[in-house]
Design a protein around this ligand. Sequence first.
Ligand SMILES: Nc1ncnc2c1ncn2[C@@H]1O[C@H](COP(=O)(O)OP(=O)(O)O)[C@@H](O)[C@H]1O
Ligand SMILES: [Mg+2]
Length: 269
Amino acid sequence: MSVADLLSDDAGTPSGRWRPRRGARRGAVADPAPGAGTPAAPGPDTSPVLELRGVARWFPGAEPVHALHAADLSVAAGDYLSIVGPSGSGKSTLLNLLGLLDRPSAGEYLLDGTPTARAPEAVRTALRAGRIGFVFQAFHLLPHRTVLENVLLATLYSGVPRRERRRRATEALERVGLGHRTGFLPPLLSGGERQRVAVARAVVTVPGVLLADEPTGNLDSASTGHVLDLFDELHRDGLTLLVITHDADVAARAGRRVRIADGHLEEIA
Ligand SMILES: Nc1ncnc2c1ncn2[C@@H]1O[C@H](COP(=O)(O)OP(=O)(O)O)[C@@H](O)[C@H]1O
Ligand SMILES: [Mg+2]
């Protein structure tokens, strides 16, 4: 896939609802009809969406910090992973690497099969913009922009006309149950509502992969429940989800669980 394809990610997508890419979901590619006379369609695409090969990250200094020891991890389209570990164990370091916000000190990280560790920044930026949505603990919404404008901003560089972007942003907000709050400023919303705006902003560009770093860390249990229900729904629709948390209940919602302790990654279920 070319960088131009990635940049025009949602061109041709008929709506702002999250849709898996063609063939991105395991088993999503149908067998050709017998005798159809067309070349055989490729089999189900089981190649990993994300793959870490011996990825390590250390921070040099007088006392170097080994934040992540050589880690291997393979995530298929449609997987839902939680990553648990105590404070300082390397969770955010891992998320920053997976989100192409940081480069490994060693090893290779493939996103959609594309090696990224030493790729030019333009390639990494295009991949990040086209494929990855982020949700952070602190929401990071612009306080003086409306809820709708906050979501619209994420679509700014998609090349899609403004009216269509607006329609998609509105639909994303309806999807997270906030269609009645589009004109509000974020400070007027509850924490749970703010995080749902952040989720709408993350998925409005149809990213394929959602990376969440302690998404429920600032939320009460009712709001946590709403956000987790939303994650379940997005996952059912084929989104690949990685959720970093130190909350065992949040972790338990994922189909795969990975533990990180002192920078060592270990799959536990
Ligand atoms: N830029 C940095 N420079 C030096 N040390 C860092 C840097 N970022 C993180 N660390 C260290 O790496 C370790 C893992 O940090 P982090 O990934 O943020 O942990 P977590 O998200 O699990 O709380 C910690 O010891 C932290 O202090
Ligand atoms: Mg952290």
